[in-house]
Design a protein around this ligand. Structure first.
Ligand SMILES: NC(=O)c1ccc[n+]([C@@H]2O[C@H](COP(=O)([O-])OP(=O)(O)OC[C@H]3O[C@@H](n4cnc5c(N)ncnc54)[C@H](O)[C@@H]3O)[C@@H](O)[C@H]2O)c1
Length: 301
């Protein structure tokens, strides 16, 4: 972790993702302006960043001096118009609404440094469409981080129609500077990660539906056979089958038949068995813990 001052990054949206992203930039020496319209989001984000830094000190990942320097790089601000002036980077990570994201980049673009890059952390909206609202669409890119940002190394960089090679190269260098590994993806539904994860979860559900193996054994296959940290059914329970289903429906609509949602997922969502959040999905949960041998049985389907 370097502590010298580098460029200025404006992170817009101090929610779950903005907190982690701002922590990443501040820890890497960037002057980081974290912007949100909600003052309580800003104070909560500041407290959470302090906690991540303090935990880092306890775990020996950073020294107390480094944590202090990182915290000193962080400025919270409720006024985008003020924060954006002369900044080198803008990373927007506000709620997933196209109109809100467009309004932010439209307001900020004329205020940023002349060669500034605008990045969006959107999970599913079109980078091309967001870029169309600013004069320099070639300097707009998707920077798709993963939750929790301070633990997950990957950033999917998303090329919109107009994103230039120079923008990709500079953003890759930015990812390197904050200790992230980047991959480059052309704008496409589900990018690489959501598309593969949706396919794997859907296939696991088809196998369960067909009685090929028990839920526990399907999950064990992926954990032990491929070193996945979680099985696809456990992961679906964590993500929520309602969320899974809406992603699958979108991929089915945009990419075709191979993403047709498994009928068992539709049935589980209709039954309200959404996963951990409802205490019951493929598995049952008590006090937040998976109940052993509670996996959905083929005989129950
Ligand atoms: N949660 C995830 O796992 C995840 C992963 C990758 C990408 N994303 C994407 O990241 C973005 C943010 O997601 P999140 O989970 O952090 O959401 P969140 O709801 O936790 O945070 C969104 C924040 O944006 C703020 N906001 C809304 N409108 C604003 C405006 N006009 N100006 C300034 N701030 C504004 C809200 O006050 C809130 O604090 C979304 O585009 C989402 O799709 C989320």
């Amino acid at each position: 972790m370097s502590t010298h001052k580098k460029e200025t990054v404006v992170v817009v949206g101090a929610g779950l993702m903005g907190t982690g992203i701002a922590h990443g930039f501040a820890s890497s020496g960037y002057t980081t302006l974290l912007v949100d319209t909600q003052l309580d989001s800003l104070s909560k984000a500041k407290g959470n960043i302090e906690k991540i830094l303090n935990d880092g000190v306890k775990l020996g990942k950073v020294t107390a001096d480094q944590a202090q320097a990182a915290f000193a790089n962080l400025i919270t601000c409720a006024d985008l118009g003020e924060a954006a002036i002369g900044a080198n980077w803008l990373v927007e990570t506000v709620s997933e609404q196209l109109a809100v994201k467009k309004a932010i980049v439209t307001q900020a673009a004329p205020l940023l440094a002349p060669d500034a890059i605008i990045a969006t952390n959107t999970s599913a909206l079109s980078v091309t469409e967001i870029a169309a609202s600013v004069p320099h669409a070639d300097r707009v890119i998707g920077m798709h981080f993963f939750n929790p940002v301070h633990k997950m190394k990957l950033v999917e960089l998303v090329r919109g129609l107009a994103t230039s090679d120079d923008t990709v190269a500079r953003t890759r260098a930015l990812c390197d500077a904050i200790g992230k590994t980047s991959i480059v993806v052309n704008e496409s539904p589900g990018l690489t990660t959501s598309r593969m994860s949706a396919m794997l979860g859907n296939e696991a559900m088809y196998m369960l539906q067909e009685g090929i193996a028990s839920a526990e054994d399907i999950d064990t296959a992926l954990r032990m056979g491929f070193n996945h940290p979680m099985g696809p059914l456990e992961l679906g329970d964590l993500t929520g089958w309602d969320t899974r289903l809406s992603v699958l429906r979108y991929l089915h609509q945009t990419l075709g038949e191979k993403f047709r949602p498994c009928p068992l997922i539709i049935k589980m969502v209709a039954a309200g068995r959404l996963g951990r959040k409802t205490g019951h999905g493929v598995y049952r949960y008590e006090d937040g813990k998976q109940v052993p041998h509670s996996g959905l049985r083929a005989s129950a389907l």
